[in-house]
Design a binder for this molecule. Structure first.
Ligand code: SF4
Length: 269
């Protein structure tokens, strides 16, 4: 096991806030957290028994190339922002945040008391820069091993990355991870790195999917946003990145507010 991968382990219990089932576990430096059984209803519908943990890291873990960084990133607004405790420390390094995120994942229960695997959405806020992906990916694999989840084409854990210099295999087989792109012409670039893609769009011509006019790429609007699903867990598309990749499907998210302004600027609208 590489030194990088071992860095994710933590000997002493990590600090927590909240209590019982609604605890948040923090990295020692406060630069990463895992919110257990998140209340984020977009990710999981708790009334249906769906459960999800969500991790977040400080902005130092984000690639400087991301146009939404401190400029309309969805973590700063609305429902997602409400579900990230913004006491996250933004001043440490991207490496420290990755080590902290891995330690938080290692400290999280991977199953319910009756043994049901719990889904995990990786870095709802933040990202993992290429050199530190093995640290977080190894923690994800340990989590999936602990859960007893049967790998069957649909992952137990999922997330998105804006990092441009990482190849899909670096994240390993235990997570479904999509490359976030800003323009349809970047979808093929993501595919060349082995990723299925997700894109922010201004207009959604059809909730059933459409072809981008300039590239011909098939784009499918997020079913929760278009009213076709209650939660990510019931939808499951982003939990199947290999399926999306094999079928040339890109997931689209409709931009709102500040994110929309940035998306408009990027697309020259
Ligand atoms: S496409 Fe499905 S899994 Fe992906 S973000 Fe939308 S609801 Fe969640």
């Amino acid at each position: 096991m590489s030194e990088l991968v071992q860095l994710g382990r933590s000997a002493k219990p990590l600090p927590t806030t909240g209590s019982g089932c609604n605890r948040t576990i923090w990295s020692r430096k406060g630069d990463a957290q895992i919110k257990l059984r998140s209340q984020n209803g977009k990710l999981a519908d708790r009334s249906k028994g769906e459960l999800v943990h969500q991790t977040a890291t400080g902005m130092q873990s984000c690639p400087p190339s991301c146009p939404f960084l401190r400029n309309g990133c969805y973590r700063e607004h609305g429902r997602v922002a409400l579900n990230i405790n913004d006491r996250l420390e933004h001043g440490t390094s991207a490496r420290s945040a990755a080590i902290g995120e891995a330690a938080c994942i290692d400290a999280a229960p991977a199953t319910t008391r009756d043994g049901r695997p719990i889904h995990m959405r990786v870095h709802v806020g933040g990202d993992t820069l290429a050199p530190w992906v093995p640290i977080v990916a190894a923690a994800v694999s340990r989590y999936v091993d602990r859960s007893g989840f049967e790998r069957n084409g649909r992952a137990l854990t999922w997330g998105y990355t804006h990092v441009l210099d990482v190849e899909r295999p670096a994240w390993g087989p235990d997570i479904s991870i999509l490359a976030s792109v800003q323009h349809a012409r970047e979808i093929q670039q993501a595919r060349d790195r082995g990723f299925a893609a997700a894109i922010v769009v201004n207009e959604v011509p059809s909730a059933r999917g459409f072809h981008d006019e300039s590239t011909g790429e098939f784009i499918l609007p997020c079913p929760v946003q278009s009213g076709g699903a209650r939660s990510c867990i019931s939808c499951g598309l982003c939990l199947r990145d290999q399926y999306l990749y094999d079928n040339g499907i890109t997931i689209a998210f409709a931009a709102h507010g500040a994110t929309r302004k940035v998306a408009n600027a990027l697309k020259g609208n």
